[in-house]
Write a protein that binds this ligand. Structure first.
Ligand code: ADP
Ligand code: MG
Length: 617
């Protein structure tokens, strides 16, 4: 057989390598900014167009490159930062692989201008898909300007895979934050589509955090400082009362390099234990300095993970240092999370004397009868409106249940889960159903063969979820106008998310007057949303989007409906009056999928007479 193995040509090898280094525009931003820092720049300018798809430019005033180096810098494995394998263990630079420029040049149109302090003229090189197009002498200030245009121009699959400009911009902002936070003594400018997004002057680390995340951040920060033989820790944690539902501001830097470490993150969570609610996330900006010889940053191609020699010690030190700061700044005693909310007497019940409970039985109650029963619900807007419009979403499901008094004509049987317990719809009706609430958590109702225990919160989530889905699908949301516009402050990247999902938010009834860089003005909210919850809901939404990163229409509406349902649903611990209980039962079993919550949790269990009988044997 003839020989078949061939060495790949350089430009192909580079393209393959690029797949690892460059996932999206943000990766290019990261590599170019890190090169600028390694070059000793004191000012770095980042210019981006169309989420980085059209243009990414990084201009620095660092050491620049000679003519030869300028040319060489685009070769694979060409680096000035290490010379031998041992150097890997004493790294003081961001880069060391010598792959970034070669990779970027393989998949984009690149233009570089660079000049060293000693040279009088600058070098101007153009490269497209690894091919040098031109190399000229030019006039330019000391430093380097790298322009990257039309990313993935020669890999259509990759280009198509990119998300919307807003999403890509958000990724870029994330990278920008990381680099800017790690180097507060360098000044940064960030321009997006011609307008200035960030202007960060040289400062200390606290000012840098505030300049990036907004003036309000300042009061949240508690300093952290510790100096040990193993590690030196400095930075800030945010006070427990500012812990957010969205993950947001969590930053570890090791030797000024941003890293991700679930293990060290856990140490912080440990320090915050008992101070913040389970669903909230603490904010932190922590700078660790360790001996470069004690870490290995080589384990991940995009270099956000590193390996420590002595992780356990680091964990312990970090945890106790953060704990210490929390105590020292008096943030602990002011909080009392110990109290069991379930044991607390509701405010307006405190002074009342106990009464014998009265049980109201509505023997004529018919859960499958339309209107009256559900209309008197305690919670605002809880009842179903305009049942007809459900048709558009649930084709095939009977919408005019009330029309026929004979229930035999109701065709629920075709529906999946509803069918399983109420196989015979008459069950519910015959018993003259009554309901009661158990431990402010469950609504219990009877069926002929026994009883059903319904998780009130999950049931309501299901009802609201289907309602919001319907609203979004048929675009028939009812909005209530706020008396005064509500201004809410968010970070820039959070505002970018809101802008991105603005259309979907509008379909459920939000009305925005203005979304600026750090402020959102709301003038209308969905009918059932109390004004006091708007901020919390938007916060939750941002967090859900951050975690899921979906942008296609369907998932976006799904997340939106889920988040709203979760935020607005009756919670465990809330008292429901008997009308609301009935309405909930009624609405639940009118749902398309009454068996599982939008988050795939069971909503109810049935306990049959048999089950009960068995207990008495
Ligand atoms: P690495 O950063 O891993 O060394 P790169 O491909 O990013 O690899 O860069 C290759 C080389 O080009 C660097 O080692 C450096 O010498 C030079 N270089 C890249 N960007 C700059 C810059 N902005 N200023 C000066 N030199 C640079
Ligand atoms: Mg580099």
């Amino acid at each position: 057989m003839a020989d078949i193995i061939k060495l790949l040509p350089d430009h192909v090898a580079n393209q393959i390598a690029a797949g690892e280094v460059v996932q999206r525009p943000a990766s290019v931003v990261k590599e170019l900014m890190e090169n600028a820092i390694d070059a000793g720049a004191s000012t770095i300018k980042l210019v981006v167009k169309d989420g980085g798809k059209t243009l990414i430019q990084v201009i620095d005033d660092g050491v620049g490159m000679s003519v030869t180096d300028a040319r060489l810098s685009f070769e694979r494995h060409a680096t000035s930062k290490i010379q031998k394998a041992e150097d890997l263990f004493q790294l003081n630079t961001k880069g060391f692989r010598g792959e970034a420029l070669a990779s970027i040049a393989a998949i984009a149109h690149v233009e570089m201008q660079t000049r060293t302090a000693e040279d009088e003229v600058a070098t101007h090189i153009k490269i497209e898909g690894s091919k040098i197009i031109s190399q000229e002498v030019t006039v330019a200030p000391k430093g380097t300007s790298m322009m990257v245009k039309n990313l993935f121009f020669n890999i259509p699959a990759r280009r198509n895979f990119l998300k919307s400009n807003n999403v890509e911009l958000r990724h870029i902002m994330d990278e920008f934050h990381r680099v800017a936070l790690a180097h507060s003594t360098i000044s940064f400018h960030f321009y997006n589509n011609g307008s200035e997004l960030f202007n960060l002057p040289t400062s200390n680390s606290r000012q840098r955090i505030v300049n990036i995340f907004g003036a309000k951040t300042n009061e949240k920060l508690v300093p952290v400082n510790e100096d040990t033989q193993v590690v030196q820790i400095s930075g800030y944690i945010s006070k427990p009362e500012y812990a957010k539902k969205s993950r947001g501001e969590q930053f570890f830097f090791v030797n000024n390099r941003f890293i991700k470490s679930p293990y060290l993150h856990h140490a912080i969570l440990g320090a915050f234990d008992g101070l913040i609610k389970k669903e909230n996330h603490p904010g932190y900006f922590l700078y660790l300095t360790v001996d470069p010889g004690s870490i290995d940053i080589n384990i991940h191609p995009t270099k956000t993970e590193i390996k420590f020699d002595d992780e356990h010690t680091l964990y312990a030190i970090l945890r106790s240092t953060v704990k210490h700061s929390l105590g020292q700044f008096n943030v602990i005693p002011s909080l009392d999370f110990e109290q069991d909310q379930n044991l607390e007497t509701p405010y307006n019940y405190k002074d009342k004397s106990a009464e014998l409970p009265r049980i109201n039985v509505d023997s004529s109650f018919n859960p499958f009868k339309e209107s009256s029963g559900s209309g008197t619900a305690q919670r605002p807007n809880y009842h179903k409106q305009n049942t007809k419009s459900w048709d558009s979403l649930y084709v095939g499901m009977e919408s005019d249940l009330g029309k026929n008094s004979g229930f035999s004509s109701v065709s629920f049987e075709s529906d999946t889960i509803t069918g399983s317990i109420f196989e015979n719809k008459k069950e519910l009706i015959d018993t003259g159903t009554t309901t009661f609430q158990l431990r402010r958590k469950y609504v219990v109702t009877t069926i002929k063969s026994g009883m059903v225990v319904i998780d009130q919160s999950r049931a309501h989530q299901r009802v609201l979820y289907e309602k919001f889905l319907k609203n979004i699908t048929i675009k028939e949301a009812v909005s209530q106008q706020l008396l005064f516009p509500l201004s809410l402050t968010f970070s820039k990247s959070d505002c970018a998310i809101i802008e991105e999902i603005q259309d979907s938010l509008t379909t459920v009834g939000f009305v925005f007057d203005n979304i600026s860089e750090e402020e959102v003005t709301v003038t209308g909210v969905p009918l059932s949303v109390p004004e006091s919850e708007v901020g919390i809901i938007l916060d939750q939404l941002i967090s859900d989007y951050q975690q899921d990163f979906v942008v296609d229409g369907f998932s976006q509406t799904d997340i939106l409906a889920k988040t709203l349902a979760k935020s607005l649903s009756v919670k465990t611990g809330e008292i429901l009056d008997s009308d609301s209980q009935l309405a909930l039962v009624n609405d639940l079993f009118a749902c398309k999928e009454s068996g599982v919550s939008p988050f795939n949790k069971p909503i109810y269990v049935t306990i049959t007479e048999d089950d009960i009988d068995k207990k008495f044997i």
